[in-house]
Design a protein around this ligand. Structure first.
Ligand SMILES: Nc1nc2c(ncn2[C@@H]2O[C@H](COP(=O)(O)OP(=O)(O)OP(=O)(O)O)[C@@H](O)[C@H]2O)c(=O)[nH]1
Ligand SMILES: [Mg+2]
Length: 316
């Protein structure tokens, strides 16, 4: 029998049933009432999951790095789940296909769960779907979750907000650091990686990052800059140790708690906004609205007054 009930699926997923887990993440992606039910079941029921975000320009080597970090986690006999976010093309992107092939080494390892994710119908988009997905993985007690986001932009910055440690990947060459800065990633980065350090220009990129860091203000934690050659596994141990150091810093300083709180508030704000948007759409398609539109067009009422009227009606 096919099970679609979130509660039953969650019980199965907790017993290491990966098919059930994959179904739960599909529920998250689709959104709607089942996703809400699932959110109720997972809220406050997470384990001690540490979330690492890996972001940066397309082709910077995020997947190769993620692969290296998976090996670091596995060599410590811990389990890890990976969410590869594709904000544009649900399941059709070459990048995702590439990720699958690249991470094949881990495909048969039951301690590694890899999932690509797109929004489909989730109200509020990826910025809400990803935290929901993380909570499912946390309820299933993965000690580590890695989120890889393709590209650099507003969506990524929002998505990466779900991470405890944000890792920004750059490559040697002019302009990368500038792009990162433009995208607003400078403020959210906890760790910089200069990958492809086998190529010329790593020193210049380091200098660019340092210059930008000097212009920013930091309390307590200054993001380290680590050079890696992900294809050769070089620097992976150092990256993992830096992540662990950042984790210790968050716990020691109380910043982790503070971040968690502001993250929850941000999420709530997003949910309220998404709900409000949905209500507005509903109102606009209500039959009550058509004669009002005629009045508006005929100049009998101005749009601000009509908006107030609409909101009053809705508010009851
Ligand atoms: N020379 C060199 N090439 C690398 C290194 N790391 C990754 N690459 C290559 O760079 C290309 C892109 O690597 P990916 O890991 O797919 O990069 P990505 O950032 O995940 O790419 P998207 O997900 O498509 O944005 C691949 O051909 C890798 O083999 C490195 O350290 N040195
Ligand atoms: Mg990738």
């Amino acid at each position: 029998m096919v099970v679609y009930d979130p509660e039953q699926l969650l019980v199965q997923a907790k017993q290491s049933n990966r098919v059930a887990l994959a179904k739960l993440l599909s529920i998250v992606e689709r959104g709607g009432s089942r996703a809400r039910e699932l959110a109720k079941l997972t809220w406050g029921h997470g384990g001690d999951t540490y979330v690492v975000g890996i972001t940066g320009a397309p082709g910077a080597g995020k997947s190769t790095l993620t692969d290296g970090l998976i090996s670091q986690v596995r060599s410590r006999s811990r389990e890890v789940a990976i969410i590869a976010v594709d904000p544009t093309s649900p399941f059709s992107g070459g990048a995702i296909l590439g990720d699958r092939v690249r991470m094949q080494e881990h495909a048969t390892d039951s301690g590694v769960f890899i999932r690509s994710m797109a929004t489909r119908g989730h109200l509020g988009g990826l910025a809400l779907a990803v935290p929901d997905a993380v909570r499912v993985l946390s309820a299933v007690k993965f000690p580590y979750v890695f989120i890889e986001t393709v590209g650099v932009g507003q969506v990524e910055v929002e998505v990466i907000g779900a991470a405890d440690t944000v890792t920004v990947v750059l490559t040697p060459g002019w302009g990368d650091a500038v792009q990162v800065n433009k995208a607003g990633l400078m403020e959210v980065a906890d760790l910089f990686i200069i990958n492809k350090a086998d190529r010329a220009g790593a020193r210049e990129t380091r200098r660019d990052i340092e210059l930008m860091l000097e212009m920013s203000t930091f309390e307590g934690w200054i993001p380290p800059i680590i050079e890696t050659v992900a294809t050769e596994g070089k620097g992976m141990g150092e990256v993992f140790e830096a992540i662990e150091s950042h984790r210790e810093y968050l716990e020691r300083s109380g910043m982790g708690q503070k971040r968690r709180k502001s993250r929850i508030l941000e999420e709530l704000t997003r949910i309220v906004r998404a709900e409000a948007n949905r209500k507005v759409d509903q109102m606009m398609s209500d039959p009550w609205f058509s004669p009002k539109i005629a009045k508006l067009i005929n100049g009998e009422i101005d749009p601000y007054s009509l908006a107030s009227e609409l909101l009053k009606v809705e508010g009851g």
